[in-house]
Design a protein around this ligand. Structure first.
Ligand SMILES: [Zn+2]
Length: 301
């Protein structure tokens, strides 16, 4: 995908190799359309639209700046992929420091490609980091608790961040193909409305780095279901195969949930096109780390 490749070249300051990262971290910000590349020791990407919100802290991790090795190099945020736990924990500390959120208040989801949305409270601080998860199916989280840090994992799957500036509430959703066709984004919006009185017209939604519509080839039942429900997001490519644009699917779902088009941001950054910067399931298979995006409401207004 052209824009993502152009961006990848743009962020490479000096040279870059898989095991030898030489980047200049000058504390400056580089731009790529809707997202900014925040250059720090542990770099991350941030949405312009959320950076302009004083009470929001957020960021999308890359695979750069961590301590993990091999196929997990270097910022793996997945605890159950075979990477030593202490390294994953150190990676969480590093990325949270960089974004400016409290690692002890991170609340991890339990992503199983279902569409359950869970409201997060103070009792959940540290779930999945300092104690085991007390739930077994949570692909989306919402909260209005200041300081709580909602996380959403991915490695090609679509992460979505939500912010309601009127109701002071946030949310995250994980939308692989199952979550996308199950309309998890809409279910997240509905849960924010039910729990916090959120007006969908106020919500700003950001679709994070994930697989692009030119990289995601599908067939069989997946192709058939999306062709029926979201024909605008499918491009046939012969022999019973099609290219599926999950960004477009989720944009459609968000519009149907009542969000305003100008409040929906698509990062345009593909994890597969840029697999040296992001973990990509389609490129690396099961032997890979996990990416995560984070969002939090600042403790002080
Ligand atoms: Zn791509």
């Amino acid at each position: 995908m052209q824009p993502a490749i152009a961006w990848r070249k743009e962020i490479m300051v000096g040279s870059f190799e898989q095991d030898e990262i030489r980047m200049e971290f000058a504390g400056t910000r580089k731009t790529h359309g809707q997202m900014l590349f925040i250059e720090k020791e542990v770099p991350y990407l941030a949405f312009r639209t959320l950076l302009s919100e004083p009470e929001v802290r957020h960021g999308c991790a890359t695979r750069l700046g961590g301590v993990s090795e091999g196929c997990f190099a270097s910022l793996n945020l997945g605890f159950f992929r075979g990477d030593p736990e202490e390294k994953v924990r150190e990676n969480f500390c590093r990325i949270c420091d960089s974004i400016g959120v409290d690692v002890n208040k991170v609340v991890l989801p339990k992503q199983v490609h279902e569409c359950n949305v869970r409201r997060v409270t103070e009792e959940d601080f540290g779930n999945g980091i300092v104690r085991p998860l007390p739930y077994d199916s949570v692909d989306a989280q919402v909260t209005n608790v200041r300081g709580a840090v909602l996380a959403v994992f991915g490695a090609d799957c679509v992460p979505i961040l939500f912010y309601d500036p009127a109701g002071h509430a946030i949310g995250t959703a994980h939308a692989g193909w199952r979550g996308s066709i199950g309309r998890i984004a809409q279910k997240t919006v509905e849960t924010m409305t039910r729990e916090f009185g959120t007006d969908p017209k106020q919500i700003k939604a950001c679709i994070g780095p994930s697989i692009c519509g030119e990289c995601y080839e599908v067939d069989g039942i997946v192709l058939r279901r999306f062709s029926e429900e979201f024909p605008e997001a499918v491009t046939a490519c012969g022999q019973g195969k099609g290219l599926l644009n999950l960004w477009k699917v989720n944009e459609t779902v968000l519009l149907q949930a009542g969000l305003l088009p100008e409040h929906i941001t698509v990062s345009g950054v593909c994890t597969k096109c840029n697999s040296d910067v992001f973990f990509s399931h389609r490129v690396m298979g099961e032997r890979r780390g996990n990416l995560a995006c984070f969002i939090s409401l600042a403790e002080e207004k």
